[in-house]
Ligand binder design. Structure first.
Ligand code: 2P0
Length: 322
């Protein structure tokens, strides 16, 4: 038996598209910040007495496609470790109520940590990162804390994450604006593949990311939060242009997403350095220096109820225990 705790991450330079869909080798590098506030804790037991996998998330049984994806992942662990028995998997997502921020990044990072340890494997962080990648691309980065780079690589051995700055020694912070949607979203997996195949801008996106990785790493070394925020914001908008320019076109934004973007821009017009980024859903995350936190929270609270604003500093890497 083993348990692991992994935090989710938000990309400052986004991953949006795969070269190899089975191994999850991305088209580009990416770079993220691990968040302290949002994490998943997962316990795995391999048990010869089981006649099928037994999976719960937040104490609810998981069946169907969700269970299939976890079993497929556990098959990789069984193949690596030589174990043949089924597993009992119990997972809890720690996110603010109704946040809609439950993330495959923290989920598959925690599952990789707990399942590998429970199977008897002792993987290095790099190999854990490679294993987590097989479950979900963004999980590759959630093995590490702080600011993390995922090298796209060209095969299973070379596609892994590495920390750029595990413990932040400057004031970079994020705030999530919780925007819920009743609508079923287009999965990232489906959405990104559609962008790769049908967006006429996809080749330009690869050039954008190559450039943003360089400028973002320089901005991090300089601890230049306005530069980090600006590059992240432009990168996010260009990623979302890949959804709009796909055929059929789609978007993860809703009207409140646009309201939040406007609120951030208004604060910036007032001279407060804050920037936005969005992922495969309507929530908006704000990037800023923690010394401006109070002014930003007060400003956003004019539009969004305070309980919808969740502040998160950078979080730690994965923890695994027996
Ligand atoms: C990212 N996202 O870099 C990007 C930005 C969402 C927008 O990675 O198919 O759940 O499991 O590899 O990792 C979300 O996609 O997709 C994601 P799969 P994943 O964080």
């Amino acid at each position: 038996m083993a348990t692991a705790k992994a935090h989710t991450n938000i990309a400052l330079v986004k991953y949006w598209g795969k070269k190899d869909q089975d191994l999850i080798i991305p088209q580009t590098d990416s770079l993220s910040m691990t968040l302290d506030e949002f994490y998943t804790t997962t316990r795995v037991v391999f048990d010869p007495a089981l006649t099928a996998e037994q999976i719960t998330v937040n104490d609810q049984p998981v069946t169907g496609k969700g269970a299939e994806r976890i079993t497929k992942f556990l098959d990789i662990v069984r193949q690596m470790s030589g174990r043949q028995d089924f597993a009992r998997v119990d997972s809890h997502n720690h996110v603010p109520t109704a946040a809609g921020l439950a993330s495959s990044a923290s989920a598959f990072a925690a599952l990789a940590g707990a399942a590998s340890r429970a199977s008897g494997l002792q993987l290095s962080r790099r190999d854990l990162s490679r294993l987590a990648r097989r479950g979900s691309g963004s999980a590759t980065r959630s093995i590490y804390g702080g600011l993390v780079e995922w090298h796209r690589g060209h095969d299973d051995a070379t596609s892994y994450a590495e920390p750029i700055m595990e413990k932040l020694d400057f004031g970079l912070e994020m705030l999530a604006i919780m925007i819920n949607t009743g609508r079923k979203k287009i999965s990232s997996r489906h959405g990104m593949q559609s962008s790769v195949i049908t967006s006429p801008y996809y080749a330009s996106w690869k050039e954008v990311v190559a450039n943003d990785m360089e400028t973002m790493k320089a901005a991090i070394q300089a601890k230049d939060i306005p530069a980090i925020g600006h590059i992240a914001e432009e990168n996010a908008l260009r990623m979302h242009a890949l959804t709009l320019s796909a055929d059929p076109g789609y978007t993860y934004f809703n009207n409140e997403t646009l309201t939040a973007i406007q609120a951030v821009r208004q604060l910036r017009d007032q001279g407060i350095n804050c920037y936005f980024t969005m992922d495969a859903g309507p929530n908006v995350k704000v990037i800023y220096d923690r010394r401006d936190r109070e002014r930003i929270v007060d400003g956003l609270a004019q539009t969004f109820a305070p309980e919808r604003l969740v502040v998160s500093p950078a979080g730690p890497g994965i923890e695994i225990w027996d």
